[in-house]
Design a protein around this ligand. Structure first.
Ligand code: ADP
Length: 376
């Protein structure tokens, strides 16, 4: 069980309305509260090392991770950090050297081969290079796991139809993988992974071989499936864009350890660990900002602040109104308006040209009005 903070969306007396993953809930309780959610996957003190020519190569060094039912959890890390090893330990494609892998209440490391085989049907997986059977058609690729599960011909036919519709490939049923684009191949991979109604979908760098536009369409499909089917998704990636687009929570892996984790919004807006900061820079374009800040600082004793807007506040003229009210002249050095999954956010780096006291007052007022302000 994990305790989660809820964000109160509005007060609608005598109830409070709060939002969690796109759904609205009502409660009579106070303004900020917690509730408990079930973990679907729990990794406890997971260690994995490889033996190569008498040498021990450590890959995972005591991973503790808890992933909730219905969430999209992203694991980001550089090459060699341990991402593939970690995701492959979740379905025991790699057997950990020690530690527990609990999926839906069952420790997979304790199962014999036949029980493990059965349990693996609950865990679908897609891969960077799709891993399709090249001599089988799209329909046959999707039917493959259903045949392995001894489903009847009629059942297989019906299920393949449903899955191809879900991934938008009805018209390509009789084509071979070589006749498909990369994005279409990954859609076949997704349909095949969902064939046996898994509880979890593992995505091993699923968009890394795709161009940016196709990546976005595959991410949109994963999000759609997560919402329609309530499917838990665990993905690994080296791209912050992927995390920002669809994940609820993220873990940053470095040298076989999770060095930072949390809600994507929190980790993205306030990265603590140097590795996380590097990943955030991938999408933040901070180099230009650093130049601008250095230039302005060199020009005198100026106040430079990063102002962050979240949710509805992103579209309200709070900054402009406050500056007008306090009579502060300001200039914008850098600005972004974007979206993290469903949450719009904006970040402006501004230079305040008032005296120190006036600037402090302006910053205080902005904070009181719900903006986050960090003096750089
Ligand atoms: P990532 O997916 O983040 O690139 P990996 O999990 O593939 O990282 O690798 C983590 C570490 O384990 C690396 O040092 C890598 O060289 C090593 N490693 C991974 N797979 C094997 C293997 N089959 N045999 C030996 N060493 C491996």
């Amino acid at each position: 069980m994990r305790r989660v903070d809820a964000n109160v969306y509005m007060r609608c007396s005598p109830f409070f309305v709060y939002e969690k993953r796109g759904f609205l809930f009502f409660t009579r309780h106070v303004d900020r509260f917690c509730w408990e959610v079930d973990a679907l996957i729990q990794l406890q003190q997971l260690h994995k090392s490889y033996q190569v020519q008498g040498k021990t190569i450590p890959a995972l060094l005591g991973i503790d991770l808890s992933i909730d039912k219905g969430e999209i959890y992203g694991i980001i890390g550089h090459s060699g950090a341990g991402k593939s090893t970690l995701i492959r330990c979740i379905n025991l494609l790699e057997r950990p050297t020690s530690g527990q892998v609990v999926v839906d209440g069952v420790d997979l490391t304790k199962l014999d081969d036949s029980k493990l085989q059965e349990k693996r049907r609950q865990i679908g997986m897609i891969f960077q290079h799709f891993n399709l059977l090249s001599s089988a058609t799209v329909g046959e690729n999707v039917a493959f796991p259903l045949k392995l599960a001894n489903r009847s011909k009629a059942e297989i036919q019906k299920r393949v139809d449903e899955l191809l519709k879900l991934v938008g490939l009805e018209a390509h049923r009789d084509k071979y993988p070589s006749q498909l684009s990369g994005g279409q191949k990954q859609r076949v991979g997704i349909a095949r992974a969902l064939a046996n109604d898994p509880k979890v979908l593992l995505c091993d760098e699923a968009t890394s071989a795709l161009d940016p536009q196709t990546t976005n369409s595959i991410l949109a499909l994963l999000l759609d499936i997560n919402r329609k089917l309530g499917l838990t998704i665990v993905l690994i990636t080296h791209e912050m864009h992927v995390i920002r687009s669809i994940c609820d929570r993220v873990g940053v892996i470095d040298g076989g350890k999770i060095v930072e984790s949390g809600e994507v919004l929190d980790v993205f807006l306030k990265p603590q660990h140097p590795t996380t900061q590097e990943f955030v820079e991938q999408v933040a374009d901070s180099s230009e900002l650093r130049e601008a800040v250095a230039h302005e600082k060199a020009a005198g004793n100026r106040t430079i602040a990063r102002v962050t807007f979240l949710g509805e506040k992103t579209y309200q003229p709070i900054l402009f109104q406050t500056m007008q009210e306090t009579g502060t002249v300001f200039s914008i050095l850098q600005g972004t308006i974007s979206r993290m999954k469903d949450t719009p956010y904006g970040q402006l780096v501004v230079e305040l040209e008032g005296d120190v006291r006036q600037n402090e007052k302006t910053i205080e007022t902005l904070r009181q009005r719900g903006l986050e302000v960090e003096v750089i």
